[in-house]
Design a protein around this ligand. Structure first.
Ligand SMILES: [Zn+2]
Length: 479
């Protein structure tokens, strides 16, 4: 049997509890907890609510970590806090719309492309004085950052923008032609910076840049940070190829950039090469000086003493090659070898050629006939490779001796087989007269660098007919 006391005690406790709850509800507007909530609301922007007839303190997501401790300290309440659950809460991105005064009117773009994120949230239970239970969400870490997506509506008038982009292209042209790297980069996509060195090396760059560009606007591909907004089209006269340069808008920097400029310039037609005349090269050491092409009378290379037997003057690179050649020849049993002619200025060549013409006239030729005859073995002024400072005549006997002296033969055999190893080429080989216009000159060698000389030698310029130095240099176009 249950004793009365055992029955009454829970009833009394129940009455007391209901009474306490009733008192609490009665006292709620003035209770310390209510004040605490009001205080807390001021401090953090959170709020309290009463739900389902129970006193529930709801603290919104985003609380300061020490807020319960602050309440405890200022109100003297006994507050305990327990993590009762952890969960992932989706944080979807939001979209705002703004205007962009630099982007074409009526067009829009988004930046950056947003994606959903998640936060790891702890649900914490709070007990106040052991009675009042409240829950709040406490975000401990963001699992994936939600990106804030903005939609931009353009404002710039198309005509204005077209003018600005044309100006951009003209500024880039100037920077490219003057090889101003930093300025050029300010108009290019960062991914194209590495192409500048190649652009600067295009031999007829000025020619390719001179043609007028037209700008057209049309929305193209869009990525997170870029949007293609049109093209710059380059059209040359007398060339059917059209080069197009895509125009991009950098969303983050709100600036315009040009892409693939190198590819566009390379696709244009090359400057047509003249087939004869005075060359316009500044550094002419690889120019195809010949009967068709003349060096300018003003072309004077920097020359130094050869430092080998016979003396004379050549460019520093040529001197280095000659010294190696002479040392190698000596090591291969050539005891006598000397330079008989080296750098000759335009005016020296003029005097030399005139003296040859006079010699021929003494043999009874007319002036015209004498010029033609002299030109088979001597160049007219401007047409001599000796003006380059890279060319010498070599002899294998002590002065005086004839070019055709039998003592020379071992030297010319040696040059035939070895000169290319040092970057030196026989300009007028045996059998080349129909192409070069000069008789065989085994002594006349010109420096063009080891790689080119080796390439020409491998192509059989000494043994096959129809492929000689002047043709090779014309094709290379390095002048
Ligand atoms: Zn010569």
């Amino acid at each position: 049997m249950m004793k009365l006391r055992e029955v009454l005690l829970p009833i009394l406790i129940g009455i007391a509890t209901i009474g306490s709850l009733g008192m609490f509800l009665w006292e709620w507007p003035t209770s310390p907890l209510h004040k605490g909530i009001a205080w807390h609301q001021l401090r953090t922007g959170s709020f309290a609510s009463v739900e389902n007839g129970q006193h529930a303190l709801t603290l919104l997501y985003g609380e300061a970590p020490n807020q319960t401790a602050l309440q405890k300290k200022s109100l003297g309440l006994t507050i305990t806090e327990t993590i009762v659950e952890t969960k992932e809460v989706a944080l979807p991105f939001t979209v705002e719309t703004s205007t962009d005064p630099t982007f074409p009117a009526e067009w829009e773009y988004t930046f950056p492309a947003g994606h959903d994120g998640f936060a790891e949230v702890e649900v914490r239970e709070v007990q106040v004085n052991g009675k009042i239970t409240a829950y709040y969400d406490h975000s401990t870490r963001i699992l994936t950052a939600p990106l804030h997506e903005k939609r931009f509506i353009g404002e710039k008038v198309h005509a204005e923008l077209t003018k600005q982009l044309t100006d951009n292209w003209n500024s880039l042209k100037t920077a490219l032609s003057k090889k101003q790297q930093n300025t050029a980069e300010s108009f290019l996509l960062a991914t194209d910076f590495g192409t500048l060195a190649s652009i600067f090396k295009i031999s007829d760059l000025a020619y390719r840049l001179e043609h007028t560009a037209s700008v057209s606007l049309a929305l193209g591909e869009e990525s997170e940070f870029l949007i293609q907004i049109g093209t710059v089209t380059l059209q040359q006269k007398n060339c059917t190829t059209k080069a197009t340069i895509p125009l991009y808008y950098l969303k983050d920097q709100q600036q315009y950039r040009l892409g693939n400029v190198l590819t566009a310039l390379q696709s244009l037609c090359a400057k047509p090469k003249p087939t004869s005349g005075v060359l316009s090269c500044k550094n002419c050491w690889l120019a195809p000086v010949s009967k068709n092409f003349a060096l300018p009378s003003s072309y004077i290379p920097y020359v130094v003493a050869t430092g080998v037997t016979g003396g004379g003057y050549v460019t520093p690179d040529t001197r280095t090659a000659l010294q190696k050649l002479f040392a190698d020849a000596k090591a291969n049993g050539i005891s006598v070898m000397r330079v008989s002619s080296s750098y000759r200025s335009y005016t020296t060549q003029q005097s030399l050629f005139n003296s040859y013409v006079n010699n021929e006239r003494k043999k009874g030729l007319t002036y015209e006939q004498a010029v033609v005859k002299a030109n088979t073995y001597s160049a007219k002024p401007g047409h001599s490779e000796h003006q380059l400072g890279t060319t010498v005549d070599i002899m294998g006997c002590n002065y005086p001796c004839n070019f055709y002296d039998s003592k020379n033969t071992p030297v010319y055999t040696y040059l035939h087989n070895n000169a290319h190893k040092f970057g030196l080429i026989i300009s007028y080989p045996n059998g080349s007269e129909p192409y070069t216009g000069y008789t065989y000159e085994p002594w006349h060698i010109r420096y063009i660098g080891v790689t080119r000389a080796q390439e020409l030698y491998n192509r059989g310029y000494l043994t096959k007919t129809g492929y000689y130095l002047q043709q090779y240099l014309s094709e290379k176009g390095e002048y």
